[in-house]
Design a protein around this ligand. Structure first.
Ligand code: UDP
Length: 359
């Protein structure tokens, strides 16, 4: 089986790490990096740390409007697909790279396998929602992380092509947790200085357009951190680095520790040792859940309904009082409740592609 895998963004590198290792045991994979994330600590660091095979193609496409980026990617990916003639296109999640690759492959009648299919926020102002829906509707094999994803696909008439395999992010969490650095972890601050991770801290990630395009929302989120009983470690995504730095300085938010983006192993360590987690990331919500950490999600919509149980993950507006109040709520953990699979999603993903070769 020959598979072209297209990745472009941080969460896709993590999923590709576990699936690629499995896939390459028996099959040929051609890895394409669109270039959507390009800074060292958003891209190459993941390839190095997680032993992801070097991309066969790096398309170097990033920036511009959503349509500009998606259009350029489609043209470049089409060339790769025409040259490589794969049995499958494999894509993950919901980025512009996912959609561009899926559309290019669909027009060439190449079978598409979509991992993390069926995730829905029911918010069309969330740019990734469009990517998810369109990709699911042109894909031939929909591999789903959780039961709610299967329900969503059934509502859209796609049940015949959907299979529950579990979440490769959970596979990665289990596989790489053993390797996390826990002692003397040094953070590279945005000022360039180095600092140790405090003993007690909250972990914040926040980069969605909805929370970072204006000062108002991000300032409320940072003010919430300033009100907490311990500092907050906040690795800042390149897209909102300047704003976060300026707001912290202007408003003297000394309890917010702004750092460069950290690698995946450092991020796992931050999750596992944090007091609690504040985020707008789909991936971090799930990792908080895997690690049993209370999470407050600053979004208007639910991404992973399975995490919103027993006070384990609560939505909040970008409002300092609401965030701090919700962080205080107790959670209850039922250790037998594991809706993200058994940690072997990667194997099932490869098996499903093998089985569906002739369909
Ligand atoms: N992450 C990381 N370094 C950071 C912040 C996050 O490695 O500085 C990891 C995090 O642990 C999770 C993933 O990146 O595994 C989430 O990616 P992101 O928030 O970019 O995407 P989303 O989950 O929102 O699609």
């Amino acid at each position: 089986m020959k598979v072209v895998t297209v990745v472009g963004a941080r969460p896709q590198f993590i999923k590709a790490a576990v699936v690629s290792h499995e896939l390459r045991k028996k099959h040929t994979e051609v890895l394409v990096h669109t270039g959507q994330h390009f800074d060292y600590n958003m891209s190459q660091q993941f390839f190095d740390e997680l032993d992801i095979p070097a991309p066969d193609y790096n398309l170097g496409i990033s920036g511009g409007t959503h349509s500009q980026m998606t259009g350029k990617m489609m043209m470049a990916i089409e060339e790769v697909l025409l040259k490589e003639k794969p049995d499958w296109l494999l894509v993950y999640g919901d980025t512009n790279s996912t959609l561009a690759a899926a559309l290019a492959a669909a027009k060439l009648h190449i079978k598409i396998c979509h991992v993390e299919a069926g995730a829905r926020t029911h918010s069309m102002t969330n740019p990734e929602e469009i990517n998810r829906i369109c990709t699911d509707h042109v894909a031939s094999l929909l591999l789903v992380s959780t039961g709610s994803g299967c329900d969503e696909l059934a509502k859209e008439g796609l049940q015949d092509r959907s299979y529950l395999v579990g979440d490769p992010m959970f596979d990665a969490f289990r596989e790489y947790s053993g390797r996390v650095k826990t002692e003397d972890m040094q953070l590279q601050l945005l000022s360039g200085a180095l600092a140790s991770v405090p003993e007690r801290y909250y972990y914040l990630t926040c980069h969605r357009e909805e929370n970072t395009n204006d000062d108002k929302e991000l300032l409320e989120i940072l003010r919430a951190c300033e009100m907490l009983d311990a500092p907050t470690v906040y690795p800042v995504h390149p897209r909102n680095k300047q704003r976060a730095k300026r707001l912290r300085n202007e408003h003297k938010l000394d309890k917010v520790i702004l750092t460069e983006p950290v690698g995946y192993l450092e991020s796992l360590s931050l999750v596992r040792n944090a007091l609690k987690i504040i985020t707008d990331s789909g991936g971090l919500q799930r990792e908080a859940f895997f690690a049993g950490k209370k999470c407050v999600t600053i979004l208007d919509f639910v991404c992973w309904p399975e995490t919103m149980i027993d006070g384990r993950n609560e939505l909040s507006h970008a409002d300092a009082d609401e965030i701090t109040e919700k962080l205080k709520h107790e959670q209850r953990i039922d250790v037998n409740y594991q809706p993200f699979g058994d940690g072997y999603a990667s194997e099932k993903i490869v098996e499903m592609m093998e089985k569906q070769m002739e369909v």
